[in-house]
Design a protein around this ligand. Sequence first.
Ligand SMILES: NC(=O)c1ccc[n+]([C@@H]2O[C@H](COP(=O)([O-])OP(=O)(O)OC[C@H]3O[C@@H](n4cnc5c(N)ncnc54)[C@H](OP(=O)(O)O)[C@@H]3O)[C@@H](O)[C@H]2O)c1
Length: 259
Amino acid sequence: MPTEQNITDVLMVGATGSIGRLAVQAAQRHGLRPRALVRDVRRGEKPLPGVELVQGDLEDPASLQGAVGGADAIVLTHGSERDGRPDARAHVDYGGVRNILQALDGARPRVALMTSVHATRSDVPGATPWKRRSERLLRAGGVPYTIVRPGGFDHAGPSQRRLVLEQDGTADGGIARGQIAETLVRSLLTDTALGKTFELIAIEGNEPSDWAGLFDALKNDEHGSVDGVLDPADLPVEAEPRAVRADLDTVRSLNGSSG
Ligand SMILES: NC(=O)c1ccc[n+]([C@@H]2O[C@H](COP(=O)([O-])OP(=O)(O)OC[C@H]3O[C@@H](n4cnc5c(N)ncnc54)[C@H](OP(=O)(O)O)[C@@H]3O)[C@@H](O)[C@H]2O)c1
C-alpha cells in the first residue's frame, strides 16, 4: 500500500475545477508529481499550465485505463454542478468513481475523494444520494482512502482558518477552497487519515499545525461497512436500486471480497 513516505505520482480527477486546480497546486507544493485527467487536453492547458495532462472522460471507462496506470494516489474532486443534465450526478459524481475503481484493475493507489457536507443529508433542498453512493463504492472498493465532505465553498472569512472535522453529518459552515485542496493532499500524506470520512468546515482561528493529530482524533470507518462511521441508517443497501447494488458487488469483486 502506498504510505505517506512513497507517494509521488498523483492522478488528479476534476483538476480543471475550482477545487481541482488548487489541489494540483497543493500537490506540487508538497513535492508530488500531479497528472491531471482532462476531457479536453487543449482546454486543460490554460487552467493547468505546465501540468502533465492525460485525456479521459469519467463517463467513458475505456478512456480511464491509461490514465490511472502507475498512479500512487488519486485525488477526486470532479463534479457535475455545471452539467445541465438531470441525471448528471448519477453519471458523473457517482459513475465517475465507479469507473475509476474499475479501471484500477487490481491496483491499490491511495484515494482522496471530495464529496459534500450534505452527503448524508436527505433533508436539504436539492439533496440526492449520489455522493453518498459514490462514497460507498470507494469504501467497498478495497483501496486505502480518505473521504472529505467540505462545507460551503468560500463561505468562510479570511480569519476563519481553524479546521473543524466532524463525522455525525450535522456540520454547518463554510471553508476556503484552498483549505479543502490542502486537506485532500494532506490526507494522502498522513497515515492517520486512512479509512476516515469527515465533514470539513473552518471557524475563527489559526491553520492547523498538527495534521496527523487532526486526523488521528477521528473515528475510523467500520471495516467492511459501506457507510461512514456515524452515518444515519436511512439509506439501506437492500432497498437501493438494483443497478446500484450491482455496482457495489462489482467493486467488491475487484477487491476480492464478497460480503
Ligand atoms: N459549492 C459548494 O459550496 C460545494 C460544497 C461541497 C461540495 N461541493 C461539490 O463540489 C463539486 C464541485 O467542485 P468544483 O467547484 O471544483 O467543480 P467545478 O469547478 O464545476 O469542476 C468540476 C470538474 O469536474 C470535471 N468533470 C466533470 N465531468 C467530467 C467527466 N465526465 N469526465 C472528467 N471530468 C469531468 C470538470 O472537467 P472539465 O474541465 O472537463 O469540465 C471539472 O474539472 C460538486 O460536485 C459539488 O457538489 C460543492
